[in-house]
Design a protein around this ligand. Sequence first.
Ligand code: ZN
Ligand code: ZN
Length: 410
Amino acid sequence: MDAMEKYADLLIRVGLNLQKGQTLVLASPLECAAFARLLQVKAYQAGAREVVMRWIDEQTDCQRFLMADEAVFDEFPDWSRQFFNGYAEQGAAFLSIAAEDPELLKDVDPKRISRQAKVRSAALGVYRGRLMSNKNVWCVASLPVPAWARKVFPELSESQAMAALWQAIFKAVRVDQPDPVKAWQEHQLALDKQVNYLNGRQFKALRYRNSLGTDLTVNLPDHHIWIGGGDKSPAGYMFVANMPTEEVFTLPRADGVNGRVVSSLPLNYNGKLVERFWFEFKDGQVVDYSAARGKETLTELLGTDPGARRLGEVALVPYDSPISNQRILFYNTLFDENASCHFALGKAYPTCLAGGEDLSADQLQAAGVNDSLIHIDFMVGTADLRIVGLAADGRETELFIGGNFNPGLF
Ligand code: ZN
Ligand code: ZN
């Protein structure tokens, strides 16, 4: 098997862990058609009932954002709602190839994008709810496309940049190793250790400090659950929703975040870069913020709904990891979030609370679980990040020293 085939195999066997008789909904950019067809074959070989292709053309989408009638951005077509919600309710697996030009939408009115995102999220509530609580198996992975590769490696020619991005992705997803499936099993064991330790400790709060100016305390709800690597499907088998993944994550109390957090990497939101930004939190809510570049994009994002001003995810990622060690800014959340400790603004994963997947929206809110139409990761990890875990009795544990897990812990 060449690297490409190994990668396709890994996504079907480990990412989705596709089962016999299952339908697969596969979303792919047109530019990645050759790889998507390879995935289709691998899925059928694994016993897929049907592979439903959903081709994406970002240029077409961009033209629509620029030229379509104003009213369409507040609509979501019924047929599309039925497509996603219907396949989700039938128990389909969803594989999405995320590969895009990070600057594609830079000339588009951000209000059009956020209005569209809002109606989409609302219309696809069934689909989103099922995927976020692991009732369907799903996986997001990336492939190089020329515009993205040029952005990541501006000093190289297009073909060199494409080759370099392929190599970087193969390294990040461990396809460069002799037996990638085995490498993932070992990686999973390492993440399990972190998760077991953190779940056993049940810290009341985490305190973050570094030389960028981050000084933030994040309260964690009672019975929070740390998750890392694979997730369990309702049928009880493992799948990996993000490939790569280096993080272990849980949820904060929506009303329990205080202090200042400073970004360590730019945020790419709807094709616009926000650089060197910070948020000031009081009782969970962003009360002040700014950015060296792209503040208006932050304003747009925070204005989505009340939950967009609160945190929905706390994720720990060692500074020393296969993605972080490449010292590449990918301009793609799937990679950048796995290179750095991060938070997310917006919706929290209900699965991060014991029994959370069975709670109603009101019960989740009462338990401190944030809800929003958005979930946007931003990076805060640095080589000098210190995180202290605070126990219920006030005892302090050095959890992160110098950007990595305290090696004395496990
Ligand atoms: Zn994350
Ligand atoms: Zn996230």
